[in-house]
Design a protein around this ligand. Structure first.
Ligand SMILES: [Fe+2]
Length: 212
């Protein structure tokens, strides 16, 4: 049973050019992201089979495969929506105010995210997250798709720093890709995620489960 499916891109492969080439978008979405979807479903099937056979010898590998592939699916689904044609610019309203409060300025946030992306050893992501206990924005560095996480942070904006995200176009000049992606960030999408994360937070606090 296929629980997870590859979401359609909401714009053409070429829509983010010249910042991200159509060929990168095509391979990234149709091959890499699709692979994580397949891997997540295969891990679920493996777990179901283990339960049916009452045979849990491979449980560690299955859970690791689930964490890796499902996290890859979640992050890529988010990444596609975090970007849009003719976007970029700056966030407005409460998100802009929260960024100024937490990071000092938009430019400092930009520098921190790009430094996080550029300093990943191997494959990973830089992520702007809403951290519900401290009720604050944080930038986190994710290894692969699932490691080094600050638990409970809700990702709002994610930057793919795997080589497959840029190598065809930027080769070893990955910091040029990290600069270029700021021309296509969809701040409207990020702001909606920021609002939704804070609404969940308020609802949980009302249910008596919030607090530090
Ligand atoms: Fe990727």
């Amino acid at each position: 049973m296929a629980t997870y499916t590859l979401p359609e891109l909401q714009y053409d492969f070429s829509a983010l050019e010249p910042h991200i080439s159509a060929r990168i978008m095509e391979l990234h979405h149709d091959k890499h992201h699709a692979g994580y979807v397949r891997g997540a479903n295969a891990a679920l099937d493996g777990l179901a089979a283990a339960r049916n056979k009452d045979q849990f010898d491979d449980i560690g590998a299955l859970e690791k495969a689930l964490a890796f592939n499902l996290s890859g699916h979640v992050l890529h689904s988010l990444f596609w929506k975090n970007m849009a044609p003719k976007a970029g610019g700056r966030p407005q309203g409460e998100l802009a105010a929260a960024i100024k409060q937490e990071f000092g300025s938009f430019e400092k946030l930009q520098k921190q995210i790009n430094a996080v992306a550029a300093s990943i050893m191997g494959s990973g992501w830089a992520a702007l997250v809403w951290e519900p206990l401290g009720k604050k924005l944080l930038v986190t560095q994710i290894y692969d798709h699932q490691s080094n996480l600050a638990q409970a942070g809700t990702p709002l904006l994610v930057l793919d720093a795997w080589e497959h995200a840029f190598y065809l176009q930027y080769q070893n000049r990955k910091t040029e890709f990290f600069d270029a992606v700021w021309n296509v960030w969809n701040w409207k999408d990020v702001a909606e995620r920021f609002e939704a994360a804070r609404r969940v937070d308020m609802a949980l606090a009302g249910a008596g489960t919030g607090g530090a």
